[in-house]
Design a protein around this ligand. Structure first.
Ligand SMILES: *Cc1c(COP(=O)(O)O)cnc(C)c1O
Ligand code: SF4
Length: 353
């Protein structure tokens, strides 16, 4: 696989004081570590709680694991029919071309599998994966996901997308990427051109967690995609100490919508090994999602989702505003400020025939 010719540089060790050096060496042994210059430049070394540093610099707390954490927190393995494919929902399949990312997020849900060393899908593996997709006419959408699909060369991307384009029942290809934020210069005109297909609609989903990531260079990369007619949505992971604050998320989602990117999902953090210090409770997440409902337009609202541990799928877990009223004849509906209101279904008189 022709991966990045500019390999990401290793992250500088964080906060190395005394005994921490050994712990950090052990973290680096267990999990891949990298940060790009674009993101490293955003870190304020004077701020011990810097939200960019926290996402990418190894931390000794990663060595602490809880009993509920799993190497495969969302149960991918149970739904993998072939190397490189995860087929959990009938109409869509995840295709992983390789395992490298431009940065290695310390909270990554696939952290035991991503890394620069993992085996990429070779020509025979790609043929087999494409044959599987061809043989399953129910597959309508193919998602290219981490390893980051934008780390392959425009030529390779053109080849893969061309072959997917030729499968009649594949209508949509979605690319999940950190590249527009982590290495915006890689979103070149050649790469963008590879995303325009004759038949398939190619969508981009950009992973971004903090408004500071959306620099002028990142904004320009996103504009190149949108201007070329590639619809872009965003995915954000809700993370303690990074964005667990309605004001931070408000700034992030407003900035995204200004950049013509639709906030798609706000992910509850998955129980990946050594990530407890990033997690918050579902109740805390709901309170944050509820606060956003009151202050942001619908266009700025992502859906707050949980990937149910064990491979049962993603479901919305945001606050529920409507519940059946006590008498069972109607509903009580909460407004964004918390006021309660009666609602009656009014569906006319049922007709018999
Ligand atoms: C998240 C995920 C998808 C995509 O789900 P959407 O709700 O369509 O965004 C598809 N397959 C797998 C295995 C996933 O984990
Ligand atoms: S970009 Fe995605 S797949 Fe890659 S390390 Fe970050 S969370 Fe994991």
């Amino acid at each position: 696989m022709d991966l990045a010719d500019r390999p990401p540089r290793a992250a500088p060790p964080a906060r190395t004081t005394d005994g921490e050096a050994a712990a950090l060496a052990e973290v680096a042994r267990r999990y891949a570590t990298a940060i790009t210059p674009a993101l490293a430049d955003l870190i304020d070394p004077a701020d011990p709680a810097d939200p960019i540093a926290r996402q990418f610099l190894p931390d000794p707390r990663e060595l602490a694991e809880t009993p509920n954490e799993r190497a495969d927190p969302i149960g991918d393995a149970a739904h993998s029919p072939l190397p490189g494919l995860i087929h959990r929902y009938a109409d869509r399949v995840l295709l992983t071309l390789h395992h490298a990312c431009p940065v290695y997020c310390r909270f990554c849900f696939r952290r035991t599998r991503v890394g620069p060393g993992g085996a990429a899908l070779d020509a025979a593996g790609l043929d087999a994966a494409l044959a599987y997709i061809e043989g399953h006419p129910e597959i309508w959408e193919v998602i290219l996901s981490g390893g980051d699909p934008l780390l392959v060369s425009p030529r390779r991307l053109d080849h893969v997308l061309g072959r997917l384009d030729a499968i009649a029942h594949v209508g949509v290809v979605r690319l999940h990427s950190r590249v527009p934020v982590a290495d915006p210069g890689r979103v070149t005109a050649g790469l963008v051109a590879a995303l325009r297909r004759a038949d398939t609609a190619v969508w981009m989903s950009v992973h971004t967690n903090h408004p500071r990531e959306l620099t002028d260079a990142a904004a320009a990369a996103l504009a190149r995609l949108v201007d070329a007619g590639v619809p872009v949505v965003s995915q954000t992971v809700l993370l303690r100490g990074v964005n667990d604050d309605p004001a931070v998320l408000e700034a992030l989602f407003r900035r995204l919508v200004r950049l013509r990117v639709k906030p798609y999902y706000l992910h509850h953090p998955d129980a990946a090994p050594g990530t407890a210090h990033f997690r918050l409770s579902l109740g805390e997440g709901q309170a944050i999602a509820g606060a956003l409902r009151g202050r942001l337009s619908g266009l700025c609202q992502p859906t707050y989702v949980l990937d149910i541990p064990g491979g049962h799928g993603k479901v919305p877990v945001g606050p529920c505003y409507a519940r059946p009223d006590r008498g069972g004849t109607g509903w009580t509906v909460a407004d964004p400020a918390g006021g309660l209101h009666d609602y009656r279904d009014d569906i006319g008189t049922p007709q018999r025939d």
